[in-house]
Each structure stands twice: as C-alpha cells, then as structure tokens.
Design a protein around this ligand. Structure first.
Ligand code: ATP
Ligand code: MG
Length: 304
C-alpha cells in the first residue's frame, strides 16, 4: 500500500483502502453479517466445530478478527493460529503459546494436560475456550487429526473447546476426504463467503470512504464503480487494491474524480485480468498501435 500519501489531499483521517483485515472498517454486507453471527452463535452454543470458507480475499480473516474482538469483549480465552503450515509439534507449541499455557510447550503431553486444566477451569466458571485456525486448508493431515482429537474434549454441558477452521474452498474438499469422515460429522456449522454483488461493491467503497472521513464521496462515480466491480469480480481485496491505486492516480494528477482511463492504467500496472479483459484489450489494440504487449503473469488471486 502507498501508506496514504493522498490522505491530506482528500481529507482522510486514515487510509480508506488498507489491505489489512481491520474490523474498524467492517462493511456489514448481509453475508458478512450472517457469517459473524454464525461464528458467535457457534461459540456460544458450544457445539464444537465450525467451518468458514471463501475464495481468496473475500474477508475470512476479517471475520475472524471481528470474532476475536467479540471474544476479547466477553473475556473468552482463545488461541489464534494463523500460520497453518505446521508440524504437529509446532501446532501444539503455538497453541500453548497463544493460550499462554504454563508448561513445557515442546511436549505434546504437557500441553494437552495444561490445556485440559485450562478448559476445566473455564468450564467451572461457565465459560468456554476457542481455538481459531486461519488458512486451515494448508493444515497437514496429521495436524488435522490432532485438531479432530481436540474436538473430543467435553463435559456434560457440551464441548469444552470450540474449534473454528477458516480457509479457502480447498478446505471443504479436504474435509470430504474419507480419513476425515469423523471430523466432518462433527462440524455443526458451516458458513461461506462469496464475492460482493455490484450493489454491495459500491456500498462497500462508500462505507470505507465514509469511515476514513469522506461521507458522500464523489471521487468514484456509479459508472466507474461498475467497472471496479467487473474488474475485481466483487472481491474485497481487489476492490481495495484498485481503489487505492485510483486515489493515488487522482492525487498525482491533481484531479478530484477517478476516470475509466485511470482505471485502465491501474489495471495495466497491476497486470490485472478479468472476464473479458483480453477481448477489451484486443479491441483497443486495433485503435492504438502502441498498445503494450499482454502481460505474461497477470495478478494472481492466490496467496502463494
Ligand atoms: N466485510 C468487509 N468489510 C470491510 N473490509 C473487508 C470486508 N471483507 C473483506 N474486506 C477487506 O478485504 C481485504 C481482504 O480480506 P481478508 O484478508 O479478510 O480476506 P481473506 O478471505 O482472509 O483472504 P485470504 O484467502 O487471502 O486469506 C482486506 O483488506 C479486508 O479489510
Ligand atoms: Mg485470510
């Protein structure tokens, strides 16, 4: 990100299109609202496994950050594991670290013992504990098996540890594997995030701008926002990327309004491809002999 070189120019208090998953900028689309309500309900009802899936950049980590704020406000103990490329040993160590378990964190037995003590202590106080694993599609089979076993910890009132697995749609396919049948059976809640609709895309941009200090924005016209939707396919991270770069361009050109040619340039710089982009490019190329060659490596949506 450009760290908001344009903030003063537009009168923003903060960068409106930061790509970090900041709950302060949450846009409550119906599906984001529903996903968050499901996560909270799942934790409160103590049923065990909850799965959140969605394509790259649709807002999964943002939802988990909102959940984390909720858990903090309720003083619920939780561990948040965001690096999922772990061996079972590293997994236990990270979990122990995040739950602040006072034990030999390198010993699985010690960690399990300390975790059980924590869970029972919390249960005595009428509280539950939560394990959140982001990027769970990357979990190795042996780690998933350990996660499944953690889901067995229960008392008469219900599961002692609520487990939330969030990840890309591969996670669903992984959970369909025959060796994970048992885990799959225990998933009590599933939620998924889709890209935004065109209307939501426009509302999303307006909501972020308003939050940054520009209510009733005029920088992005409805026609331009339609193009932003088309080219981002409604994926929030790409919308942020396009809008941030557009603001930089508007600022650099000392203008007040973003235009389609500016968006064209931004997309070229980002090497962004979208449905119909090649066709558009070719038809433009007929008129402009100086058209640049097609990008070799268009902007990829996947994280790695
Ligand atoms: N409902 C929302 N309100 C505000 N911003 C959002 C929302 N959903 C997504 N975003 C923004 O979109 C970007 C991507 O979101 P996030 O990192 O949560 O996606 P993700 O699904 O976790 O992606 P990945 O699969 O790459 O991990 C972030 O900048 C985030 O702030
Ligand atoms: Mg994420």
């Amino acid at each position: 990100m450009h760290n908001a070189i344009y903030n003063a120019y537009f009168g923003f208090a903060e960068n409106p299109f930061n790509i970090s998953p900041d709950p302060e900028f949450l846009y409550r689309s119906p599906q984001h609202e529903e996903a968050l309500a499901n996560l909270i309900y799942g934790v409160r009802s103590r049923k065990g496994f909850i799965v959140l899936t969605g394509e790259v950049g649709t807002g999964k980590t943002t939802m988990l950050e909102c959940l984390r704020d909720y858990l903090d406000s309720q003083r619920v103990e939780f561990a948040f594991i965001f690096n999922s490329r772990l061996t079972p040993e590293q997994f236990f160590e990270m979990m122990a670290f995040d739950f602040d378990l006072q034990c030999n964190r390198k010993s699985k037995t010690d960690v399990l013992f300390a975790l059980n003590t924590l869970l029972l202590k919390q249960a005595d106080r009428g509280r539950t504990c939560v394990l959140i694993v982001d990027e769970a599609h990357n979990l190795e089979w042996d780690v998933l098996e350990e996660v499944r076993l953690l889901g067995n910890l229960e008392n008469r009132q219900g599961k002692l540890l609520q487990i939330i697995l969030a990840g890309q749609p591969e996670l669903d396919r992984k959970l369909d594997a025959p060796n994970l049948r048992q885990l799959k059976q225990r998933i009590v809640l599933r939620c998924s995030l889709d890209p935004l609709t065109p209307e939501e895309c426009a509302a999303y941009v307006a909501s972020r701008l308003a939050r940054a200090g520009l209510p009733n924005q005029k920088v992005f016209s409805p026609e331009l926002l339609e193009e932003v939707y088309k080219r981002s396919r409604g994926i929030p991270r790409l919308i942020n990327l396009l809008c941030d770069n557009l603001l930089v361009t508007v600022f650099a050109m000392e203008q007040r309004i973003a235009t389609i040619p500016m968006l064209d340039e931004v997309c070229r710089d980002l090497r962004l491809e979208w449905p119909g982009s090649l066709r558009d490019r070719r038809s433009r190329a007929r008129y402009a002999a100086s058209e640049e060659p097609l990008p070799e490596a268009p902007l990829s949506l996947s994280g790695d």
